[in-house]
Write a protein that binds this ligand. Sequence first.
Ligand code: NI
Length: 178
Amino acid sequence: MTVLPILVAPNPILRRKASFVPAVDSHIQKLLKDLEETMIAEDGIGLAAPQVGVSKRVLVMDVPANVTVDGEELDGVDPNPNFYRMVNPEIIWASEKLATCKEGCLSVPGQYAPVIRPDMVRVRYLNEGGVSCETDFSHLQAACVQHEMDHLDGKLFVDYLSSIKRDMLIRKAQRVGR
Ligand code: NI
């Protein structure tokens, strides 16, 4: 596995629509491993391939299932599974109920802002073995998977804010650098 450098906004690769993956082959499996190692090294909870300059529809996420959008642990909820490796993910259902999560992003370092998204989503994706899966996500997992999937469409969490606030956070992130 390799720790890869993470691109920081406003890098144009972060704004591209990532390409569909035709098959989960050894290259994609290596990419998943590299994303995993990079995410762990950077202390992230999710990472999408465009953030390391690879414009493919691939992401990893490591969020316990029992953590709320406020970072609290829910009693009586199993934290597992917490680790997901996804290829070509798509949202096939989203709740009408919304939730607000204070989000950050390794590509917008040091910046945080509240983002409103559906509270629950159902995602269809291929796992690391190329098997089609459908998983329901709620709590922090739901916010995180939607954030990571946005990266595959060239979208950043700051795009949910006013343009003034968005530009300010991107400017501040560049000063933080990586
Ligand atoms: Ni991000």
